[in-house]
Ligand binder design. Structure first.
Ligand SMILES: Cc1cc2nc3c(=O)[nH]c(=O)nc-3n(C[C@H](O)[C@H](O)[C@H](O)COP(=O)(O)O)c2cc1C
Length: 173
């Protein structure tokens, strides 16, 4: 691993305030490719990415907020949402999808953007409205929502890295 890649991993933070400026398509493509570059159990490659901007992004925000009875935008104004879905017939789906989501977060950060994992994708895409969106997007397989990765240009200074709790590494031998 290059020193750069290591530094990106160590410095990544969740961004929770965004400018409305759209993410250029070439960067979107790079981030998506990084997500799909993740390993998967038995090389299943059952992770699907659903990209939403504009009105559809707003609808996903509304559905997400409704899951936990909140007002406001759980996507913090980010203009782009990449929903990570994984095939229900992939027995490692939660692990596979989470790993892809992690790579999306790192890629966005490495490319000078902000990103954050927003939860409740499972509830949204288990709902009838969520299933309708999957159908509309052309996803035919049964999939489970794993994560929403919001992406955009941070509004304001880069958040500080949150300190990590020590004492969580154990050794044998
Ligand atoms: C599984 C998971 C679910 C998360 N869900 C949310 C969420 O719904 N809303 C939110 O604001 N942040 C969410 N986060 C981001 C966390 O708040 C964030 O990762 C944590 O505070 C550590 O900060 P850092 O990412 O800057 O290290 C989630 C992160 C993970 C890994």
């Amino acid at each position: 691993m290059s020193e750069n890649a290591y530094q990106t991993i160590m410095d990544r933070v969740s961004v929770k305030k965004y400018k409305p400026d759209p993410v250029p398509e070439e960067l979107v493509e790079k981030i998506l490719a990084a997500g799909l570059a993740a390993p998967s159990g038995v090389n299943m490659q059952g992770t699907y990415l659903l990209v939403a901007t504009g009105e559809k992004r707003n609808l996903l925000s509304k559905l997400n907020a409704a899951v936990f009875n909140r007002e406001g935008d759980p996507f913090y104004g980010a203009p782009l949402v990449i929903v990570v879905l994984d095939r229900k017939d992939a027995f490692c789906r939660t692990y596979d999808g989470s790993l892809a989501a992690g790579q999306l977060l790192l890629a966005a950060d490495a490319l000078g953007l902000g990103a954050c994992w927003i939860h409740r994708a499972k509830q949204v895409f288990d709902s009838e409205e969520g299933k309708k969106l999957l159908k509309e997007a052309g996803i035919q397989e049964e999939v489970e929502g794993i994560a929403n990765i919001i992406v955009g240009y941070p509004d304001g200074p880069r958040p500080d890295k949150k300190p990590r709790k020590p004492g969580r590494v154990y050794r044998l031998g």
